[in-house]
Design a protein around this ligand. Structure first.
Ligand SMILES: O=c1ccn([C@@H]2O[C@H](COP(=O)(O)O)[C@@H](O)[C@H]2O)c(=O)[nH]1
Length: 231
């Protein structure tokens, strides 16, 4: 597979387990995501080790700060050689524009820059708790419009919003969706979920999948089965 659709969320609390998994897979099987847990424990060296092994790495640190700080943080991500990096769309238009500008000097070596809309662990009730009266779908659309206006490459959303976003924002605007659960897998703390097959059918570009793979008794087999199911 030349353009793997699965991005495995490497959410381990130790590098030995992470590398035990990584050593058994190829960059053609999947991309890898490093998030807040592993980056906080193991830092840029861990990210570089994955990049050096030939993997496309999504650095999922969801930057949300003033424009200058976020621009410098995405620059640091570009220096690590990652494939994708993200910010929170709720950081606003100016912040996203400044982040995009910061990557211009990297040309075609720049990581894809995407924005988180509404976390897949959130429901309508959670939004109400934040004082947001839009439904998750409406809020995702609102933040995705803002992200496209800022010139970013795509958004993190749930697969439940993918069909509408693809229709409204075009096929080149990338949709990256966590909250993916193979049939029968534990839902965990995710609320807006879909199966891998359903997600691909509604136009998702990249499926972020963590625990259903990494906590399985045979992680490589689960990854292989998912890849076969979305071929
Ligand atoms: O809206 C979001 C944004 C990011 N995530 C991250 O994706 C993975 C999902 O892991 P699972 O084990 O498959 O639930 C995790 O690293 C989250 O930080 C998300 O779930 N939702």
């Amino acid at each position: 597979m030349n353009d793997p659709k699965v991005v495995v969320a490497l959410d381990f609390d130790n590098q030995a387990d992470a590398f035990a998994f990584v050593d058994k897979i190829q960059p053609s099987d999947c991309r890898l995501k490093v998030g807040k847990e592993m980056f906080t424990y193991f830092g840029p060296d861990f990210v570089k080790a994955l990049v050096d092994r030939g993997f496309d790495v999504f650095l999922d640190l969801k930057f949300h700060d003033i424009p200058n700080t976020v621009a410098k943080a995405v620059t640091a991500a570009a220096e690590l050689g990652v494939w994708m990096v993200n910010v929170h769309a709720s950081g606003g238009l100016a912040m996203m524009q400044k982040a995009k500008e910061a990557l211009a000097p990297y040309g075609d070596k720049a990581p894809l820059l995407i924005a988180v809309t509404v976390l897949t662990s959130m429901s309508e009730d959670d939004l109400i708790g934040l004082g947001i009266t839009k439904s998750p779908g409406e809020q995702v659309q609102h933040l995705a419009n803002l992200t496209k206006r800022a010139g970013l490459d795509g958004v993190v959303c749930s697969a439940q919003e993918a069909e509408t976003l693809k229709n409204n924002l075009g096929k080149d605007f990338k949709l990256i969706t966590p909250g993916i659960r193979p049939l029968g897998a534990s839902v965990d703390d995710q609320k807006r979920i879909m199966t891998p097959e359903q997600a691909i059918d509604v136009g998702v570009d990249y499926l972020v999948i963590g625990r259903p793979i990494t906590q399985a008794a045979e992680p490589q087999k689960v990854l292989q089965d998912i890849n076969l199911s979305i071929k």
